[in-house]
Design a binder for this molecule. Sequence first.
Ligand code: BGC
Length: 891
Amino acid sequence: MRKLTAVIITLVFCSISSGFSQPAFSAADMKCEYLVNPLGVDTPKPRFTWCLNDSRPGARQTAYRILVDIDSIALSTGKGSIWNTGWVKSDEQLAIFSGDELKAFTKYFWRVDVTDQRKKKSTVGKIASFETGMMNQKNWQGSWISDTEDIQLKPAPYFRKTFATTKRIKAARAYMAAAGLYELSINGQRVGNHRLDPMYTRFDRRTLYVTYDVTPQLQAGENAIGVLLGNGWYNHQSTAVWNFDKANWRNRPAFCLDLRITYEDGTTETISSGKDWKTSLSPIIFNSIYTAEHYDARLEQPGWNTANFDDSKWRSVIYRSAPSVNVVAQVMHPIRDVEEMAAQGFRQLNDSTYLFDLGRNIAGVSSITVQGAAGTIVKLKHGERLYKNGYVDMSNIDEHYRPTDNTDPFQTDIFILSGRGEETFKPRFNYKGFQYVEVTSSKPITIGKSSLRGYFMHSDVPVAGQVRSSNPVLDKIWHATNNSYLSNLFGYPTDCPQREKNGWTGDAQIAIETGLYSFEGITVYEKWLADHRDEQQPNGVLPSIVPTSGWGYEWGNGPDWTSTIAIIPWNIYLFYGDKKLLVDCYDHIKRYVDHITGISPTGLTTWGLGDWVPVKSKTPVELTSTCYYYADAVILARAAQILGKETDYEKYMALSVKIKDAFNAKYLNRETGIYGDGVQTALSVPLYWGLVPENLKSKVAANLAKRVEADNYYLDVGLLGQKAILSALSENDYAAIAYKVAAQETYPSWGWWIRNGATTLYENWNIAASRDMSLNHIMFGEIGAWLYKGIGGIKPDPAQPGFKNILLKPHFVEELSQFEASHNGPYGKIVSSWKRTADGISYTVTVPANSTATLYLPVINGLQVQLNGKTIAATTMQLQAGEFLFEWKHR
Ligand code: BGC
């Protein structure tokens, strides 16, 4: 009998163990510096990340081994001559390179093997690569060159050079640095599909260069390189309140290029920018990143960037000093024409004016294809609204523009026809915010609905999240939030794509979670925080807009705006579990917090703008700004702890307690549990940022709930209150009330905008407002994040960031019959999805491989919870990787 039992046990064990050994699992989604097979990586210590492709319940990684080699074949045989980590017992899926010194211009291949919970090795996954760029400024061979014109000259310059190749080409890379913007072409073909390269930086402190694989564009024999330079933010000729035209970096655009060719025989040759290049003016007779572009097709020089072109009339170039001594790689998701769209509406307004309607508001450009006589002037005026008579109304977006004459009309491209048949114009060095395009022509043209196309442009960050619900208006709000988020992402986050295009810090700290739940934004934020570091004063002060030419150190830059320096690195840490940005910014956060402390000895600060664009009630600036000061001190203390800086940890924790005490002493009525005069912002901001004493939290939250009920479930907040209110309610047992506010469809609410046709978020709750009325602002976009957090209940766990452990706290709000939120975190796709059934509620959860979740099960009166058919009594559960079905049913 005993023997038989043993046999049975062995059989069972075998079947389980063969179950584990059979399925293939491997590392997947491999990225280097958060990009797939990037080119032009300059950091000596690139980061590697991967996911587990392993759908088995409870899948875990117990060890990893990374191999890096310049030979991909050696890699597949298990060699890693540049870096071989050996087997590292770890469940981490982020590793920082620490192998042999990386050489410039070198392609490295890497592979990562993992072991599972039974210590079985993975099947060999894909081999990924990264390629280094310059690595060192000294590796540049090219010279900075430009034409001889000065900053006032309007036409954009062309540059060209021809060269011959005699040997067989194996590979070729172009390394292109520019002050301004450029389009690079080889043998008449545009290189790459990026737009508005390089990204905007503080040019005199950091200049970006971009690497392209140009192997396919080169040919045997004669070749030509063409460069077209645009002004961008470098040579800002338009005039507006922020004085970019007076930037001390301002100059005629210039560039430096190295085209590095590797031949089959192993030799290399670099063709560089230098005195042997020639220049001429292009048909782009004016270009402004801020306003528009003007193009005279009569000035085209067909074939200008091809080898056989006669450039005898072109002029010599001059050397220019480099814009900064810090020329670094642009390693990030580029701006692209991400979506092309046809006009939805077209009508003729008079004998020379036509109106196109894209059907939705975007950031980007339009292209127009028309036919007419040479010299015909076609003007394309872009705007977000129409006057009653159908013409484009720009009064909501041109208020800060200060033109000095009428040659540079706002958001208005000018296209002068060559008369050579059908011709197309699309701006290269500008973008706008618009839904409508009003086209006027000085002479008759052939034009119709299909003549105009729209291009939605933005930093092309991969999608990382999805929300779907049974409420179509809510879904539209979510889509509009994404549209506004993306319309405001151009290598740095902006406030609006039309009126300003400024890197307003407040708008960006508000939108950070909204962005990170839905998009893989890390590369853009790492770059933008480098912009912050470039801009910070030695005393810690930051400007309210980043980058800036100097404007914004004196206005709008209190902690409610410029806490970006702390809040953004902290959120990147929470969402990615990566400390790098915290490390890079640590001293800067410290300097910043110390500065506020210096000017706020009591622990309270009045520095800031306060609850911007409120519905009606106003909350003291000191109340909201002190909450941000507190948040910064807490982030700094936590960062200190994470980075092992114990003394700082103690110091800034103590500071945070001091701030909190001073704040509560002044603003909290401990009897009533009311802050200030008890309006929505005054109650929600301290709740959200954690200043409410633990024992009074429920009282304050109850007061907030009462306040909102008394306000008939309508918002009475501005920018800062809007960030806090929904979570302040849903995290304190009032998710139902939060939902009522979020789902309102009459004024003031997000739904009111949607009801009035919005496809993006607005700057003002009041759609009839006469100012602060951009129709594409992300600053009221917290709702995008809240849908994931407050309804889907997906939150990162600060104790195990990067969704290593997921905090899952769904709220089954009554008005919804169905809701699903999913987020692609560093470990894979997290799903939190619920729907009402005849019996109760069914809730599906996906926890990605190698991560866990702490699930807080909603308690619903009269219903009991089952997991995969078995009743469970607990209210919290720790879940391993896998898919789970929970059902709430009548007892
Ligand atoms: C911008 C805002 C910004 C604000 C600062 C406005 O002009 O568009 O979004 O945060 O100024 O007060």
